[in-house]
Design a protein around this ligand. Structure first.
Ligand code: ZN
Length: 151
């Protein structure tokens, strides 16, 4: 496994529309392992593949005690909303308020290529929505209000 450098604004790669993963093979699993290691190395709660320069639809998330990895994630339902503070490893030093769905259901593939659905709420749902946005080239600062510098 390896820790990767994280791309930061204004790197245009972050604006890429990531492509669906077609074949889930050892190469894909290696990227997932490296994403996981990189996320933890930088104390992140989530990471999208494009943040380490891989334009594929893969994310890893751990809001505290629940690591998940999702390939080709799609949000299939949303419920409620909540505005809360957010930051991003690719936008260092900035935080802002983002309105997100409070509860979501996501459909994705696991590393064996099996489909699963995941229900998430609050912080977990927020991180998933943030990471899935990365796959479409969207950064939280595009959606946030009250953006300010932190540290
Ligand atoms: Zn981010």
């Amino acid at each position: 496994m390896a820790v990767y450098q994280i791309l930061t604004e204004p790197d245009q790669a972050l604006r890429t529309q990531s492509k669906p993963v077609k074949n889930i093979n050892d190469g894909v699993r290696r990227v997932l392992d490296n994403m996981r290691e990189t996320m933890y190395a930088f104390d992140g709660v989530g990471l999208a593949a494009i943040q380490i320069g891989v334009p594929k639809r893969m994310i890893v998330v751990d809001p505290g005690d629940n690591f998940v990895e999702l390939i080709n994630p799609v949000i299939i339902s949303k419920d409620g909303e909540k505005k809360a503070s957010e930051g991003c490893l690719s936008v260092p030093g900035k935080v802002g308020l983002v309105n997100r769905a409070l509860k979501i259901t996501v459909k994705a593939l696991n590393r064996e290529g099996e489909e699963f659905t995941l229900e998430a709420e609050d912080l977990f749902a927020r991180v998933l929505q943030h990471e899935i946005d990365h796959l479409d080239g969207i950064l939280f600062v595009d959606l946030a209000t009250h953006i300010r510098e932190e540290e």
